[in-house]
Design a protein around this ligand. Structure first.
Ligand code: ZN
Length: 161
């Protein structure tokens, strides 16, 4: 049964409310994550808690428990002078900034108009109700090293070492 600090292997498919497929796990290699660490959206993590190997589940996740509501004010235009001088700003680049409530927000550069830069701090899936189909492929206890790093290692996990 999935519980905090388990490494879970999942097959999943993610669709939006229109039924369009947004993402799915690799056919040959289930996605691996460390449960209870916020590596999957809160609504999905909650739904996976307590599932066993072989369980399949359809999970609907509201924006609030997914990638957040779409916040229009996060889509805005800022002066070039707000960015580091030595960086060649291009669409698609991401920057971290601090919001008024002190939360760290990742902004993506959308376009550049002279000295004005259009940015969007919404997650690409903000405002979307998420429809996951999941199948639990494996569950094991995390190793001490994985707990220290805060993520799963091995097949389907982090490959940084
Ligand atoms: Zn690691």
């Amino acid at each position: 049964m999935i519980k905090k600090n388990d490494v879970v292997n999942l097959n999943y498919c993610l669709k939006n409310s229109k039924g369009e497929e947004l993402d799915r796990s690799d056919k040959d290699q289930p996605f691996a994550y460390l449960h209870g660490m916020g590596q999957v959206v809160p609504g999905l993590e909650k739904a996976l808690e307590g599932l066993a190997i072989g369980d399949k589940k359809e999970v609907t996740v509201s924006p609030a428990e997914g990638y957040g509501d779409f916040v229009p004010t996060l889509k805005t235009q800022v002066e070039r002078s707000n960015f580091p001088k030595d960086v060649d700003i291009k669409p698609g680049m991401q920057f971290e900034a601090e919001a008024e409530d002190k939360r760290r927000i990742i902004f993506e550069v959308i376009s550049i108009e002279g000295d004005k830069i259009n940015i969007d701090g919404n997650h690409p899936l903000a405002g979307e109700t998420l429809h996951f189909s999941v199948e639990v492929m494996a569950i094991r206890e995390a190793t001490q090293e994985e707990l220290t790093h805060g993520h799963a290692h091995g097949e389907g996990g982090a490959h940084h070492h």
